[in-house]
Every structure is written in C-alpha cells, then in structure tokens.
Write a protein that binds this ligand. Structure first.
Ligand code: COA
Length: 157
C-alpha cells in the first residue's frame, strides 16, 4: 500500500474526481443517472476524503454529521483495481480520527449487503433497525443494513 495517501478533498478537482469515482463504481453499473447522488444527499456538515496514489484519486468517502456526537459514512468507494489493500479501512479510520476529537462518539452507515463483511472486519456491528429499501438496488439483489461502530473518547473516557 506504499504511496497511498488519505487527504481532505479540498480542490474542485478532488471533489469532481471523487464524485466521478462514486458514480462509476456505485451507481453507473445499476443504470442510475449521473446526478443520482443529489437524491441521496442529507442535511449536515460533511467531510470528504480522498485516497490518492500516483496523483490519482483511487478511493474516497463522504461522511456527514447527523447529530452532535455522530457521523454517517454516507458514501465509500475504492476503485475495483485497488480494493483489498486496506484503503477502505484507512478511509473509515481517517473519518474517525478526524471527527473523534470534535466529539463524534458513533459512526454509522447504511451498508450494502455486499459490504457488510467489510464493515464487520473494521469493527462495525449490525443494528436491528430496518434499513431503507430502494427498487433500483433491489432489482440487482442489493439490500441495505444499518451498522455502527462506537468511537472511544480520547483517553478512553
Ligand atoms: C467496500 C469497499 C469500500 C472496501 O474497501 P477495500 O479497500 O477493498 O477494503 P479493505 O482492503 O480496507 O478491507 C478491510 C478488510 O475487510 C475485508 N473486506 C473487504 N471487502 C470485503 C467485502 N466486500 N466482504 C467481506 N470482507 C471484505 C478485507 O479482506 C480486509 O480484511 P482483513 O482486515 O482481514 O485483511 C470496496 O470494496 C468498495 O468500494 N466496494 C464497492 C463499493 C461499495 O460497496 N461501497 C460501500 C457501499 S455501502
């Protein structure tokens, strides 16, 4: 994994590259429109991180504050050719490292069934609450599960 950095998406180029990667990996294969992400937007201050290798954005995440003490990993993506190299884990841990000192005590997500194993591997637990359903995903056998991970307070308090 040498050479992969996790950075804030600050430039318009980074946010555009992340937006394009999310669409290409998550939604284009399901035939969803290019602007579908707007329909999934939720209120709250957001944080965008990108994983970069050799100058290229190869992964990223969009996380949103959903309360004073909690953050949702709203979107998470790693380019298919770069998966299983620990980049997804680093992206989620970077969200926790960034938001923990600002008071985040719980990170939650609406996981695709295909990524439940990933989130379990990085310390998330499934929640009993029912996740939203979406016909555009259901027709491809994709359903959603609510998951979360408690974040230790600094100093273990
Ligand atoms: C899900 C995703 C973000 C994971 O990123 P990644 O960089 O491939 O994952 P990592 O290499 O950090 O994996 C961390 C651990 O989870 C495991 N893992 C990764 N993807 C997994 C999966 N789909 N199912 C089960 N385990 C998985 C890895 O083997 C690794 O295990 P280890 O700690 O024992 O070595 C990436 O595969 C992806 O973008 N998938 C397509 C889009 C998607 O599903 N996004 C999430 C929407 S909810």
């Amino acid at each position: 994994m040498k050479g992969v950095t996790i950075e804030y998406a600050v430039s318009p180029r980074d946010t555009e590259d992340l937006d394009a990667l999310l669409w290409r990996v998550l939604w284009e294969p399901l035939g969803l429109p290019r602007n579908v992400r707007q329909g999934f937007a939720i209120d709250g201050e957001s944080l965008e991180l990108v994983a970069r290798e050799n100058g290229r954005v190869i992964g990223g995440t969009v996380a949103v504050w959903t309360g004073d003490n909690e953050v949702e990993v709203r979107h998470l993506v790693v380019e298919p050719g770069a998966q299983n190299r620990g980049i997804g884990r680093r992206l989620v841990e970077s969200v926790m490292d960034t938001t923990g000192p600002k008071g985040c005590r719980r990170v939650h997500t609406i996981a695709r069934n295909t990524s439940i194993g990933f989130f379990k591997n990085i310390g998330f637990k499934t929640l009993p609450d029912t996740a939203p359903e979406h016909p555009a995903f259901k027709q491809y056998g994709i359903f959603f599960v609510l998951m979360d991970r408690i974040v230790e307070a600094p100093g273990g308090r």
